[in-house]
Design a protein around this ligand. Structure first.
Ligand code: M6R
Length: 610
């Protein structure tokens, strides 16, 4: 999704903006631009494509000044082009605006502005904001922004500079994330913390309906509708810049895959009572009566987080015998879901900003459900709006393809399942101790798999020319197959599908031909024989089968072409291990194809629009 960076201060504005935008590249983008106020006028430079294109234009004609805004655009309204890139301006460049989100009523606003003589140079919804600012300018930029915002429907994070105020930078947030970085004699705005972290660790997280006015020395927060001033404590970022850097790895994705053992340890720490070995979530502090009231759990999420939710269903149903529904948030929000005060709704989101998941959460609250979010970003909208939050402590995840966020979400579901079972008295202390011992072993078992990285690398490279790759599983392995398949398609661009293996013969088997790569998961002992039967079906049609299975399950080697062994654990917990080879396969396939692993085409890290 789009990224915003803004700066006011005495350092090299152009460089700060472009460096900040570089840190936001992970969000996905197709064009980029900056606007800088030189004290007299506002100058804009933009370019279709990557930041390098903008950098070479800025090298030929550098922009000077001490206030600026920059933007990485992920096209929604209008194709990627120089004209459609942000910042957008009015006819006289009195105002320059960067916008993240969608202005839903832009067509009627644009028609009105055009009828009054405004000349539009782009196809975007965002340009209306610049023209409205000029049209409604009343000598005071703050009150002008308030009047403009009143006219906008939809989602927007805005950065604004005005020719009329050479010492001020403005920011507004409505349903699209924006933070304000507080520095010494300089201040910043940005869509995300990593962009400002090399300058400051002190940030304000803007809430919906708030505006910030920045000078070099001050930051004022106010309610954008009433203008009433807001006082808020600064939020101190406690993670290191290093965590948002590649740290010697070629790509963020590979670094994040290798960070999983630590991420799991961190997510588990503080949630396990050292004496009793029971799971404790101090942040929930739910009572037995409360838990007993929920007769249904509903999990809502998108993409990889949805796949974690499928495993959440398996864990909660297995451990507590409470029925669980899992649904993609974009479907849930437009249904009439059966959710009420006896339902626990769990919204899962790495970024905590996914528009559909946020909408599903809000809808659930309106319906009276108790809401819990599982998110990785402190202060994100979903984490703030849910009644309770479980933070996955994976650290910043930069690669578009989610890896460590997924495994920490899955772990959180296991811990939550055990916690609920404890509250419902459905788990014995012995079972509890066994589960916890198994979970505590997982980080080390992950290290073992990562250590055998080279064999997986070879396999990943070997499938790079495949037309199509299939992932098969049964039971919870099917959920992992879905995740493996999503990972492969999003970064290798190879067509891939995941199937419950027993379903294959009902149609999809027709697609299997000589040499088709099949990645099959066999981690559920009670389903081994069934899986072997399905493997025979595809092998008989010439497929080339890789089996991912538990160490010791040598029988499988007679049925498959290649085997990837993973350490043994409880059958419920195997996804934490079996997904690792799949993540690595997609990484190495993408690498062999020469793709941009961390920033795959057409995709954004944080999907803040519908
Ligand atoms: O930030 P979220 O977890 O809410 O994001 C949801 C999906 O957009 C995300 O998981 C997406 O599917 C990833 N690119 C998958 O790797």
């Amino acid at each position: 999704m789009c990224g915003i960076m803004g700066y006011i201060g005495q350092q090299h504005t152009q460089e700060i903006l472009t460096n900040g935008l570089k840190k936001l590249e992970y969000r996905g983008y197709d064009s980029v631009g900056v606007a800088i106020h030189d004290g007299e006028e506002v100058h804009v430079t933009k370019a279709e494509g990557r930041l390098d294109n903008l950098a070479s234009r800025l090298q030929d004609a550098p922009l000077q000044g001490s206030i600026g805004i920059g933007h990485t655009r992920w096209a929604t309204h209008g194709r990627p082009s120089d004209e459609n890139s942000h910042p957008h301006t009015d006819d006289e460049t009195e105002f320059a605006v960067v916008h993240n989100g969608i202005i839903e009523n832009y067509i009627e606003l644009k028609d009105e502005l055009v009828a009054e003589g405004a000349t539009f140079t782009s196809e975007t919804d965002s340009e209306v904001i610049a023209h409205l600012l000029t049209k409604l300018y009343d000598g005071d930029v703050v009150s002008t922004i308030q009047k403009v915002v009143e006219k906008l429907d939809g989602a927007y994070a805005l950065g604004v500079v005005s020719r009329h105020t050479p010492g001020k930078l403005y920011a507004v947030r409505q349903a699209s994330p924006l933070i304000i970085g507080s520095g010494n004699g300089e201040n910043f705005i940005s869509s995300d913390i990593p962009a400002v972290l090399e300058h400051t660790r002190d940030v304000y997280i803007l809430e919906d309906g708030e505006m910030a006015v920045l000078t070099e020395e001050s930051i004022s927060l106010m309610d954008v509708t009433t203008g009433k001033s807001i006082s808020r404590d600064l939020f101190r970022v406690d993670w290191d810049m290093e965590q948002a850097e590649k740290n010697g790895f070629d790509h963020f994705m590979l670094k994040e895959i290798f960070e999983q053992p630590k991420a799991l340890e961190k997510t588990m720490a503080g949630r396990v009572d050292k004496e009793t070995n029971e799971v404790d979530f101090p942040e929930l502090a739910w009572t037995e009566e409360q838990v007993a009231k929920w007769d249904k759990v509903h999990i809502v999420a998108c993409g990889t987080a949805y796949h974690a939710g499928l495993l959440g269903k398996a864990a909660i149903e297995e451990l507590t015998r409470t029925p669980v529904d899992v649904e993609v948030a974009s479907e849930f929000r437009y249904r009439n879901p059966i959710v009420n005060e006896n339902t626990l709704v769990i919204a899962v989101s790495q970024s905590g900003e996914t528009a559909d998941t946020l909408a599903a959460l809000r809808q659930s609250k309106e319906l009276g459900a108790k809401t819990l979010s599982i998110t990785n970003v402190v202060g994100s909208s979903i984490s703030r709006e849910a009644d309770n939050v479980i933070l996955t402590l994976a650290g910043p995840e930069i690669a578009v393809a989610s890896t460590k966020a997924y495994t920490t979400q899955v772990l959180s579901f296991y811990l939550l399942g055990i916690y609920l079972a404890q509250k419902k008295k459905q788990i014995t202390p012995e079972q509890n101790a066994q589960y916890m011992a198994a979970l505590q072993e997982v980080p080390e078992q992950m290290e073992e798999i990562l250590f055998h990285n080279d064999e997986i690398k070879e396999y990943g490279e070997s499938i790079k020319d495949a037309k199509s790759v299939f992932f098969l599983g049964r039971g919870i392995d099917t959920a992992v197959a879905l995740e493996g398949s999503l990972k492969l398609k999003e970064i290798s661009y190879i067509h891939s599908e995941a199937y419950a293996a027993g379903e294959l013969k009902h149609g999809t088997l027709a697609l299997i031909e000589e040499g088709t790569p099949i990645i099959s998961l066999l981690t559920q002992e009670k389903l081994y024989d069934k899986m072997l039967g399905n493997i025979k079906e595809v092998s008989a049609r010439g497929a080339n089968v890789l089996g991912v299975t538990m160490r010791g399950n040598v029988k499988v080697t007679q049925y498959v072409d290649e085997t990837c062994f993973i350490p043994e654990t409880y059958s419920l917990f195997t996804p934490l291990l079996s997904v690792l080879p799949l993540q690595l396969i997609s990484y190495y396939t993408s690498l062999a194809l020469g793709n941009d692993v961390d920033k795959p085409r057409n995709l954004a890290k944080s999907v803040t629009v519908e």
